[in-house]
Design a protein around this ligand. Sequence first.
Ligand SMILES: NC(=O)c1ccc[n+]([C@@H]2O[C@H](COP(=O)([O-])OP(=O)(O)OC[C@H]3O[C@@H](n4cnc5c(N)ncnc54)[C@H](OP(=O)(O)O)[C@@H]3O)[C@@H](O)[C@H]2O)c1
Length: 256
Amino acid sequence: MIEGRRIWLTGASSGIGAHMAKELLQRGARLALTARTLGPLVALSERFPGQVLLVPGDLTDHLQVREIGMTIAQSWGALDTVIMSAGTCEYVDVSQFDARVIERSVCTNLLASSYCIESALPLLRAGRTPHLVGVVSAVTASPQRRAQAFGAAKSGLRYLLESLRVDLADEGIDVTLVSPGFVDTSRAENPELSIQGRWPASKAAAYICQQLQKRPREVVFPTRLLKLLNLLATLPKRVQVALAKRLSRRQGETSL
Ligand SMILES: NC(=O)c1ccc[n+]([C@@H]2O[C@H](COP(=O)([O-])OP(=O)(O)OC[C@H]3O[C@@H](n4cnc5c(N)ncnc54)[C@H](OP(=O)(O)O)[C@@H]3O)[C@@H](O)[C@H]2O)c1
C-alpha cells in the first residue's frame, strides 16, 4: 500500500528517480524530494499539491543532509520509506588513470548514501513498516570495462546495505537493493551508447515501484541481462575478463 506513505526519494530531478516520483505521487504517496536542481522538484509539488515536501540539496555535503533530515523530522516526524536513487556515473580512462574520478564516484554513490542513512534511520525507526531502499547497479555482478569508479562505489554501497539488512532486521526495518542494468536516462543520451534491451526510465520506475511493494531483498532488471551477468560471475576470472572485453566492444560501452 503506497497511499499515504511518507517517502524520502533522492535523485528526484531526473531519470529513474524523477519517474519514480511521478509514479509514487500518482499512487497517493507523500514524498520528500531531494536533488540539487530545484526546478523539476517544484514542478512536481505544483502538479501534486499537498503531497510534496521540498528538501533540495547536495547529498555529498554531510551538513546539508543532516539539515534535510531535520526538515523532514519537523514536517513529518517520521519516514516510512527511504529510496536513495541519487547517483552519478563517470567512466575511467585507464590510459590516463585519474584517482579523482574514483573519489567523485565514491563521494556521490557511497558516502552520500551513508549520510542519507544517518539522517534517515531515526526517522524510519519512528515510521510504519519501515523500508530502506538503495539503487546500486548490475555492474557489481562482474568486472566491466571502464566501470572501475562506478563499480567500486556501487559495490561498496551494496555491501553497506546488505550488512545493514542483517542488523536492521532486529528492528523490523526491511532493506531492498535495486540493481538496474541498462536504463535510458539523461546520462545515456549518447547514441554511441545505444544498447539493445535498454529499458526506458518510465518502465524501470514503474517496475521498481511495483516490486518494492513486495519488499524483496533485490529488484533486478532487465532480467535477461542479469542472468547473463550472474552467469559471468560463476565463470573463471580469465574467462570473465575475455567475455567482458567482447561484451563491451559489441555494445560500444558499458552503461551499468
Ligand atoms: N541509467 C542506468 O542505466 C543505470 C544503471 C545502473 C544504475 N543506475 C543508478 O540508478 C540511479 C538513477 O540513475 P539515472 O540514470 O536515473 O541518473 P540521472 O538521470 O543522472 O539522475 C541522477 C539523479 O541523482 C541526483 N544527484 C546526483 N548527484 C547528486 C548530489 N550530489 N546531490 C543530490 N542529488 C544528486 C541528480 O540530481 P541533480 O543533478 O539535480 O542534483 C539526479 O536527480 C543512480 O543511482 C544510478 O547510479 C542507473
